[in-house]
Write a protein that binds this ligand. Structure first.
Ligand SMILES: [Zn+2]
Length: 431
């Protein structure tokens, strides 16, 4: 078994606050990190040696919320009120998407994410078998669910049974790179009996749940007038939070909502770029962190972002709340980088150690150029990555010990073919 020894670069393990090694090593064997630290590390003559001088070595980014195949709708409709955007533009086109379309749209998303250093992502969409096939081919890590909408009669139970079949086919597949979950879309599209049923089935299958929650002010108002309770309280009351739950957005929370999230151990995906672009608001990230809620970062779909660049979300997390609170120390670089890596992996209920570089952890890592003008001179690499680097600085990406990108060349995917098919499909939607 070939060991890979990456040496000479600045290593940012994200395992401890402020930790980095100016000239360090990372050794990978059988998909796991076996050594991290200063110097060149343990060596054998058979090692594959990767010279990372003048580069950073850090954990791959984790995208904790999204809808990968929505890359096909990137830029299709922008700058509209949320409900017009959804009802008049996005939903009609989504309605016509085939499994084949979603396969190519997901691959377009994965090509983009690999190139910008993302090694794991969450996805809620439909035709999920085709999404899982794309993930399997790409060699990336993903936490997948079929979106469950339960508004019509039987619609919820049908979607739940399809989800069950999907979980049975794909949960822990591809050496554990694929995790299947249940995905009730939101409390405003899933009535209480659907939420209850999702909780029961997720317990039977022993899988986690992903849901959109408290994204907009109007969602909160709608839940208040229907049930006299906030979206968070509706989920809590219907047993959803008895299950491991990842809640996306959580923009409009009051004190008792945050209390419920903390008490039930609900994890949150903070999606600042999407929340800004759709005019939804700004989530209370500092308060969630202060109350020890596990928070990761997500891009959301490319129709509402409009890219899948997690480094942009890391920078937004580090700057947005400073501005909102007029407080330059409220979310620092160290915290923001951890949210986009280690905490994102925790938020997705992934294996302990993922999102860090430490012995025993699965080898999901990236190498970034550190010698370009926009990242020089170097005082603190964590600050440099968060505030100055660009995702285009990523040169190499490894997931589960396998190279997905080497010197900016894809190792698992045919980039040209994927771009061709994505454009061919998009031509159908052109007005
Ligand atoms: Zn979403």
């Amino acid at each position: 078994m070939v060991r890979t020894r990456i040496i000479g670069g600045t290593v940012i393990p994200v395992s401890e606050r402020g930790l980095w090694y100016a000239s360090g090593h990372v050794v990978v064997e059988r998909g796991r990190i076996v050594s991290v630290g200063p110097g060149e590390g343990p060596s054998t003559p058979e090692d594959e040696v990767v010279d990372a001088r003048g580069k950073y070595i850090l954990p791959g980014f984790v995208n904790a919320h999204g809808h990968a195949a929505m890359t096909l709708l990137r830029g299709y409709a922008d700058d509209l009120p949320l409900m017009d955007w959804l009802q008049k533009k996005i939903w009609p086109v989504e309605h016509g998407l085939t499994g084949e379309d979603i396969y190519w749209g997901t691959l377009l998303a994965i090509v983009e994410m690999i190139e910008n250093g993302t090694t794991a992502f969450a996805d809620m969409y439909f035709h999920m078998d085709r999404v899982a096939e794309a993930v399997a081919e790409a060699g990336t890590r993903a936490v997948l669910c079929r979106g469950i909408i339960g508004s019509g009669p039987d619609e919820g139970s049908r979607a739940i049974e399809e989800s069950r079949a999907f979980v049975n086919r794909w949960h822990r597949a591809e050496d554990g790179r694929i995790t299947a979950t249940l995905g009730p879309h939101a409390p405003y599209t899933c009535p209480p009996q659907v939420l209850k049923r999702v909780a029961e089935v997720s317990a039977q299958l022993d899988v986690a749940v992903q849901i959109h929650l408290s994204e907009t002010r109007s969602e909160v108002n709608q839940m208040m007038s229907a049930y006299g309770k906030s979206p968070v309280a509706v989920c809590a009351e219907n047993g959803l939070f008895e299950r491991p739950t990842l809640a996306a957005h959580c923009v409009h929370l009051d004190d008792s909502d945050i209390d419920l999230l903390r008490r039930f151990g609900v994890h949150v995906s903070h999606n600042p770029g999407s929340n800004l672009k759709l005019g939804s608001g700004v989530a209370p990230l500092p308060e969630l962190l202060r109350r020890n809620v596990v928070v990761g970062l997500g891009t959301d779909g490319a129709a509402s972002n409009n890219n899948l660049d997690l480094l942009e979300e890391i920078r937004l997390a580090a700057t947005l709340h400073k501005g909102v609170h007029q407080d330059p120390v409220i979310v620092d670089a160290d915290t923001a980088l951890a949210l986009g890596t280690r905490e994102g992996a925790r938020a997705l209920f992934l294996e302990e150690g993922l999102g860090t570089l430490k012995p025993g952890a699965p080898a999901d890592l990236i190498i970034m150029e550190a010698g370009s003008p926009h990242v020089l001179p170097l005082y603190n690499p964590i600050s440099q990555v968060v505030y100055a680097a660009r995702s285009g600085d990523v040169t190499d990406v490894m997931c589960d010990g396998r190279w997905l990108l080497r010197n900016r060349e894809h190792q698992t995917l045919d980039r040209e073919r994927i771009l061709y098919h994505a454009e061919r499909i998009a031509a159908r939607f052109a007005p």
